[in-house]
Design a protein around this ligand. Structure first.
Ligand code: ATP
Ligand code: MG
Length: 454
């Protein structure tokens, strides 16, 4: 069943129950107070007759009272204490007699209601006693035909029915629009996720509202954008890989063809076979590094952190690379306070620094300097590695952390990297909960900044 219908029905039944209860309550109260009022005024009328009778109860007064009541919708019957009728404003009928025969005891001064059932009986009635010379002399019975009350109440019922129907109608219309408005974003999100699951990531949801549904829409939009980006990246990545593999394979095939020639001198053949071996090594190294990166990407590798003294740690790494830097006459400057410690995975982090230093070495000219500065900020440890190398052009800077991205696209023998070093560095730094960024100026040098959150 559609969610809008489900929601609408829930609303409808809940409000219907509330409406029925409140209408019932209101109706009951109104009817009750109406009947109460009728009985009150009937009793008051009886009491005023009593007051007159207590002043004077001769036949002229009785006649006068009878005359007064004959022009109203109420009736009066006056009896003496033994039950003989002294006056009746109309002819007594059976239901009046039944009421007159009811026993009366402990009657309060202001009388009492004798018959209040307006639904079943023909009359509602009250009784009041009147005295003469301090002695009880008789009773004043007041009657009112219930037809009047019933007519009044049926009028009231009609009003109630009309109001109920109107409210119901209004409710249905409101619920219809409300449930549509509530479920519209849900439905568009459902459509969007359906599209996503079919592999179509070009999803655009209407601008999100500032509530939970809006947040959900926002998340779906972000997911769609991310998937779209990943899809593009994967395509580009596959294109770069096939490009990367094509070059060495072309070499291998070409040199293999030449090496097969019978008339070739043995020394030339060896030279070609060496090239083939070199290229094959290159391919297998590339595949190994890609595989390592794929493992990093799946987050299946674990980082085992331990407290490391950064100064000692950096020193030990520098010692490993120093010979290569010395050979190229590149100077090192390390700035790190002696007692700075941090929790990191020494093996993984050594890989980070070796990759960065490898770049420094590869992309710097002779007689330059590489400066490593480590210091403690308020929230993070900062590592800044600056070189005076060839720098990175501005347009390439945003891409250098992408896989297989190299500024110099030709795979020169001198620097022949894969363009994977920085991608691995980024994965590892992020696995440590840190961030890495680069600044550079072509021809002047490059600066890599690592933030490791404490
Ligand atoms: N310190 C640097 N100075 C100048 N250019 C740099 C520097 N570091 C990186 N680059 C540029 O960024 C590119 C990407 O670097 P990355 O380390 O990912 O790949 P690579 O060094 O070419 O190959 P690999 O590290 O996989 O052997 C490099 O090809 C280079 O053009
Ligand atoms: Mg590199």
């Amino acid at each position: 069943m559609k969610i809008s219908i489900k929601l609408g029905m829930w609303f409808f039944f809940c409000i219907l129950v509330i409406e029925i209860f409140s209408m019932f309550f209101l109706h009951n109260n109104l009817v009750h107070s109406q009947v109460h009022q009728e009985l009150g005024s009937l009793q008051a009328r009886g009491n005023s007759h009593r007051s007159v009778l207590e002043i004077n109860s001769d036949s002229a007064t009785l006649h006068h009272i009878g005359l007064m009541e004959s022009h109203t919708d109420t009736e009066v019957v006056i009896t003496n204490t033994t039950g003989d009728v002294l006056l009746s404003s109309s002819k007594l009928n059976q239901s009046m007699r039944t009421i007159l025969n009811k026993p009366i005891d402990n009657l309060p001064r202001n009388g009492r209601v004798l018959q209040s059932d307006w639904q079943k009986e023909q009359y509602i009635a009250t009784v009041t006693a009147f005295n003469k010379g301090g002695e009880k002399a008789g009773y004043v019975y007041m009657f009112k035909n219930t037809d009047e009350v019933q007519k009044l109440i049926s009028q009231l019922n009609k009003h109630f029915l009309l109001a109920s129907v109107l409210i119901l109608l209004f409710m249905i219309i409101t619920i219809f629009f409300l449930s549509k408005a509530l479920t519209k974003p849900l439905i568009s999100m459902k459509e969007a996720t359906k599209k996503l699951s079919k592999g179509d990531f070009s999803v655009t949801l209407p601008p999100p509202s500032r509530d939970e549904l809006g947040e959900l829409a926002q998340s779906i939009q972000t997911l769609a954008n991310d998937l779209n980006y990943l899809k593009q990246e994967r395509n580009e990545f596959l294109a770069s890989i096939s490009h990367e593999l094509r070059t060495p394979l072309t070499y291998i095939k070409g040199y293999a063809d030449i090496a097969k020639r019978k008339e070739l001198a043995e020394s030339d053949r060896d030279k070609y076979l060496d090239i083939i071996q070199e290229e094959a090594d290159h391919v297998s190294r590339l595949l190994k590094e890609l595989f390592d990166l794929a493992k990093l990407d799946q987050n299946t590798f674990s980082i085992s952190k331990q407290k490391v003294n950064l100064s000692d740690f950096l020193q030990s790494i520098l010692e490993k690379v120093l010979p290569a830097f010395n050979e190229k006459k590149i100077l090192f400057k390390l700035e790190c306070s002696r007692n700075l410690t941090f929790d990191l995975d020494p093996i993984r982090f050594e890989q980070v620094l070796l990759n960065l230093l490898d770049n420094n070495l590869k992309y710097s000219k002779e007689n330059t300097c590489v400066h490593i500065k480590v210091f403690e900020g308020n929230e993070a440890i900062h590592m800044v590695i600056t070189d005076q190398g060839i720098g990175i052009p501005e347009k390439d800077l945003p891409h250098i952390f992408d896989r297989l991205y190299r500024v110099d696209k030709s795979r020169s023998r001198a620097t022949g990297g894969f363009g994977l070093g920085l991608a691995i560095v980024k994965e590892l730094v992020e696995a440590h909960g840190g961030e890495i960024s680069a600044e550079s100026e072509a021809g002047k040098g490059t600066c890599f900044k690592i933030f490791l959150n404490k």
